[in-house]
Design a binder for this molecule. Structure first.
Ligand SMILES: NC(=O)C1=CN([C@@H]2O[C@H](COP(=O)(O)OP(=O)(O)OC[C@H]3O[C@@H](n4cnc5c(N)ncnc54)[C@H](OP(=O)(O)O)[C@@H]3O)[C@@H](O)[C@H]2O)C=CC1
Ligand SMILES: O=C(O)C(=O)CO
Length: 318
């Protein structure tokens, strides 16, 4: 097997090893590949692994030898899965490897809006507490989550884990799904329509995949239905937001804050309106990237590839 990893650096910056894939054939790992390098690098490959390097229908057409695409992630929106299927190319992803890490970052972002820990610490370390007449002061409003409502859009692996943490913090949890599957009752979680969720939630956290149906799910019209005091959290995919609409709502105080781990274009262009918006916190797509989660990702990506080589593919998309 000729196996090519197009963008291995973020998964393995040097603290993991590729031995699971090496054992399956001749492996070439590129740290990153630009769109113009994909075809040349993957031309002889039977199997390609990609994290965020896109494989469009046009690119797949130019890779006649290709039989397998292993997405090094849960979200697989970078691959034209239908085009792959039509060409007989198996596409797999890695479900659930980062569930706990992503849910943890959701709350790192939420709690930042509640307590502004770094802002307070900076104030103390620059002498404000030492110079204060009071034993306590705050530099921003402080918020308690108990009894507030967490609204989850998407109640899969990460949505459910986020719900458990929210419930442990005394929040009410409401959730909405794709509408394609029958919602299963989950203890402590109330199923509602998207419309109702937007109106009731104090914190809205996105946990659905990016698909044509969810593209720009959060736009000006939907923001208008949210509470102006609401906090929006997006650790799923940047394309779930109309970024200009979210930035404008933040700047006009129609949305109290946004905590984002993902943007439509990554890395972002310097003129992305969210980079300059008020009350925004942005992390560079790190929710998945704990060592623990990356190690699980490497292990499952390798076992996905092995299963394909052995003729019994698992975690197949579509
Ligand atoms: N920032 C990061 O580092 C990471 C980001 N992610 C992103 O998080 C997303 C969710 O991951 P995970 O929870 O593991 O995935 P799951 O597949 O377990 O859950 C996705 C859920 O979204 C639901 N859904 C689909 N369409 C809609 C819709 N239109 N409205 C509401 N819900 C919908 C699905 O419901 P149904 O079954 O009915 O279709 C499903 O329950 C991934 O797709 C990925 O994009 C994942 C890992 C790391
Ligand atoms: O697993 C995912 O979907 C991620 O976004 C991490 O690359």
């Amino acid at each position: 097997m000729n196996i090519v990893v197009l963008d291995g650096y973020t998964l393995n910056p040097g603290d993991l090893d590729w031995s699971g894939l090496q054992a399956l054939g001749e492996l070439t790992v590129y740290e990153r590949s630009s769109e113009s390098e994909i075809v040349e690098r993957a031309a002889q490959a039977d199997m390609v692994l990609t994290n965020k390097t896109p494989l469009s229908a046009q690119t797949l057409e130019q890779l006649p030898k290709l039989r397998y695409v292993g997405v090094l992630a849960t979200g697989y929106n970078i691959v034209d899965v239908q085009a792959a299927k039509e060409r007989g190319v198996v596409v797999t992803n890695v479900p659930a490897y980062s569930t706990h890490s992503v849910a943890q970052l959701v709350f790192a972002l939420v709690l930042e809006f509640c307590h502004r820990v770094q802002r307070h610490s900076d104030s103390v370390l620059q002498g404000d507490w030492a110079g204060s007449v009071d034993f306590s002061y705050s530099v921003s409003p402080l918020v308690e989550l108990n009894n507030q409502t967490m609204g989850l859009i998407g109640l899969g692996q990460i949505g459910k884990q986020t719900a458990l943490i929210a419930l442990a913090m005394g929040m009410k949890v409401i959730a909405t799904g794709s509408g394609r599957t029958v919602p299963q009752p989950v203890d402590g979680i109330e199923w509602v329509s998207l419309e109702e969720l937007l109106q009731r939630a104090d914190v809205i956290s996105l946990h659905c995949p990016l698909t044509p149906a969810t593209n720009e799910l959060i736009n000006a019209e939907r923001i208008a239905r949210m509470k102006p005091s609401a906090i929006l959290i997006n650790t799923a995919r940047g394309g779930l937001l109309n970024e200009a609409d979210v930035a404008q709502a933040l700047n006009e105080g129609r949305l109290a804050g946004a905590g984002l781990d993902v943007l439509t274009v990554e890395p972002p262009k310097p003129d992305n309106p969210l980079l300059h918006a008020q009350n925004v916190i942005i992390t560079p797509h790190i929710a998945w990237a704990t060592k623990e989660a990356r190690a699980r990702l490497m292990a499952v990506a390798s076992s996905n590839a092995r299963s394909f080589v052995e003729g019994r593919p698992v975690n197949v998309i579509g």
